[in-house]
Design a protein around this ligand. Structure first.
Ligand SMILES: Nc1nc2c(ncn2[C@@H]2O[C@H](COP(=O)(O)OP(=O)(O)OP(=O)(O)O)[C@@H](O)[C@H]2O)c(=O)[nH]1
Ligand SMILES: [Mg+2]
Length: 620
């Protein structure tokens, strides 16, 4: 299915033309009928003789309703640029034409209507005007078709031309990420809430759980209609009416986006490429306030220039748009900017929720150029460089392509060494992927942190894992995978608690070694009740703990590891025979004081060797 949209100056015959083609009057509102003027979007459909199904979106031409025109023009495949032969090219003819250009709509037919009202010579003059208008546009060379809706002259030729163009037009792509730009929301008796819109990028199915991203409401699809026919699912490019359960239609506004749960989020800032029309007379100033239209939505935004200087008429520049309220947009979406009732320009959204940039930073500009003009692979690398290591599912959310294509790309990029997977022996969906430079960056930071730690604490085994992970601000999963890879490559060693340079050994001076020997032998003298006066430097004590030579059971009591193990064994044996033990029994067992027995039992509780029940301990 394809969507054809009208465009053109007020009263030039758009609605009459759509009716002549489809038999449907798209002026639904009584105000439209009374005033003989379209105000809001109108919808019609027809099956063309060749079998192609076509939806029509009829837009109002009056300059006051241009926001409605913009809401309708976003997702069309072919535009009918309607020009009344008796009036020729008028201001909104030009403005709509520019808007179609800015929205990236490339295919159009120029329809000269009301040809019954003019003679041949006049018609030739009008065609000259039209030729001038087309000359500088980016639209594919459009054919001019002459019609008269009142006597149906030319309608057949127009339909043939529409079919010719649509037959060579690609259908909208399915990348498995459905989103429906809502253009209407109403209540239908016997059904409840119904929303309509043009479906993009994926399918919607009856029974599916969905979300209205802007309002944040969730719902389930009760039914779908396409061109008044009930269907089980709708495909990208179709005009769809979706019946939603358990949601009030008044909570849903034009501009909202219906999608699968969790697929899209709202953005307040985007980076974008902005094309300023040469008809816009003033330079675009930093922090200028404008209206942004994208999808079926619009908002007020501030333009923050990223490059230095003003952005002048007819030029293209990189900007940040700071919305005054959240918007639902995707990388690659087109937008149009208007200000004071004039179209200023438009462009493409490049990045969602970026940081605020320093103006004139060439690195930022290069990065945006890469997103704007680079391949999907370039964008994958930018996303990974920005976000660090990412799981497949997260990359998928950032990249505008389908799963299979993304899988192929990642596989090839990993095989060629452009990207690194930090999960060994795993399918790409379970993989966590980084760029080579990202990997280098993490590796350097990690090694630097470990080196610093080794220098600062020469007696310690290595940096505590938790401390290192916190410094890197990584999730446990990704941290473990990165450390795992460094370990496999014999760059670091990883005990359960510490990470250290491969082969690193705490360096002890001879004097320190001697201190340790005498400390350990002193500890063993009164094995079960070592005096708390026996002291050693705290770092050395930690080293001895890590080497399993001592166990510190409280701030002041340290046992030699062998003695500790022996005590634990004896307590375990006792518990196996008698099931429980009291602090007094422990004291007697080792012929110590209550202070030692209590500290030991509290330590064993903490180690989950024993468990306290009342005054007794049992095995954990
Ligand atoms: N003679 C003649 N009149 C026409 C033709 N097409 C439209 N009209 C008349 O022109 C007037 C405006 O037509 P509409 O179809 O409402 O124009 P529109 O472009 O939809 O106007 P807006 O939606 O308000 O921008 C109506 O009175 C039509 O009857 C035509 O081919 N010949
Ligand atoms: Mg109309």
């Amino acid at each position: 299915m394809y969507v054809i949209g009208t465009a053109g100056h007020v009263d030039h015959g758009k609605t009459t033309l759509v009716k002549a083609i489809t038999g449907i009057d798209t002026d639904r509102l009584s105000e439209e009928k009374n005033r003989g003027l379209s105000i809001d979007l109108g919808f019609a459909w027809i099956k063309l003789p060749s079998g192609i199904n076509v939806s029509f979106i009829d837009v109002p031409g009056h300059r006051k309703f241009i926001a409605n025109m913009l809401a309708g023009a976003g997702a069309i495949d072919l535009a009918l640029i309607v020009i009344a032969a008796d009036e020729s090219v008028m201001p909104q003819t030009l403005e709509h034409f520019q808007i179609l250009n800015l929205l990236g709509i490339k295919k159009s037919i120029i329809v000269l209507t009301k040809c019954d009202l003019v003679d041949k010579r006049w018609l030739e003059l009008v065609k000259l005007d039209v030729g001038k208008m087309i000359e500088e546009s980016k639209l594919e060379k459009s054919k001019i078709v002459e019609v008269s809706a009142t006597n149906a002259k030319g309608i057949e030729e127009l339909i043939i031309e529409m079919e010719t163009i649509l037959q060579s037009t690609n259908s909208k792509i399915d990348i498995g990420k459905p989103r429906l730009w809502v253009d209407r929301s109403f209540s239908k008796s016997g059904f409840g809430t119904v929303i309509t819109g043009t479906l993009l990028d994926g399918e919607l199915t009856v029974g599916q759980d969905v979300q209205l991203v802007l309002s944040g409401k969730t719902s389930r699809i009760r039914g779908i209609q396409v061109h008044n026919e009930v269907v089980d699912s709708a495909k990208p490019g179709e005009r769809v009416a979706v019946n939603l359960s358990n949601i009030d239609h008044e909570l849903i506004q034009r501009g909202d986006v219906l999608s699968r749960l969790g697929l899209f989020k709202k953005s307040l800032v985007v980076d974008a490429k902005l094309n300023v029309l040469d008809t816009y007379p003033n330079p675009v100033k930093h922090n200028m306030s404008v209206n942004v239209h994208t999808g079926t939505n619009e908002c007020i935004a501030k333009i923050r220039l990223i490059e230095l200087g003003d952005l002048t008429s007819g030029n293209i520049g990189y900007v940040q748009l700071k919305f005054d309220r959240p918007m639902v947009v995707a990388r690659g979406d087109h937008f149009v900017i208007r200000t004071n009732m004039f179209t200023l320009g438009g462009g493409i959204i490049l990045d969602l929720d970026p940081k605020r940039h320093k103006r004139g930073d060439s690195k930022i500009i290069q990065r945006l150029e890469l997103i704007a003009d680079g391949s999907i692979n370039d964008v994958i690398k930018v996303v990974l460089d920005d976000n660090g290591p990412l799981e497949f599912g997260v990359i998928e959310n950032h990249i505008k392509t389908d799963i299979l294509d993304l899988k192929d790309r990642l596989d090839v990029m990993i095989d060629s060494g452009e990207l690194i997977s930090i999960v060994s022996d795993s399918s790409i969906e379970k993989s966590i992927v980084m760029t080579v430079s990202g990997w280098q960056k993490y590796m350097n930071i990690i090694l630097e942190l470990i080196d610093e730690y080794h220098i600062k604490f020469p007696l310690r085994i290595g940096i505590p894992r938790a401390e290192l992970r916190q410094a890197l601000n990584l999730s446990p999963k990704i941290f473990n995978l990165i450390i795992g890879r460094l370990k496999r490559n014999q760059i670091v060693e990883d005990t359960n608690r510490f990470v250290l340079n491969f082969g690193h050994k705490p360096s002890l001076t001879t004097q320190q070694s001697e201190m340790i020997d005498s400390y350990l032998s002193e500890l063993k003298q009164k094995a079960y009740a070592p005096s708390s006066d026996i002291k050693i430097d705290d770092d050395i004590l930690v080293l001895l703990e890590n080497r399993n030579e001592v166990v510190r059971i409280s701030d002041s009591i340290v046992y030699s590891y062998e003695v500790y193990c022996e005590m634990v064994q004896l307590i375990r044996n006792h518990l196996k025979s008698f099931e429980e033990i009291s602090v007094g029994e422990v004291r007697d067992m080792f012929n110590t004081s209550r202070k030692y027995a209590l500290a030991l039992m509290e330590y064993l509780d903490a180690q989950q060797i024993t468990k306290r029940i009342g005054d007794k301990r049992v095995l954990f």
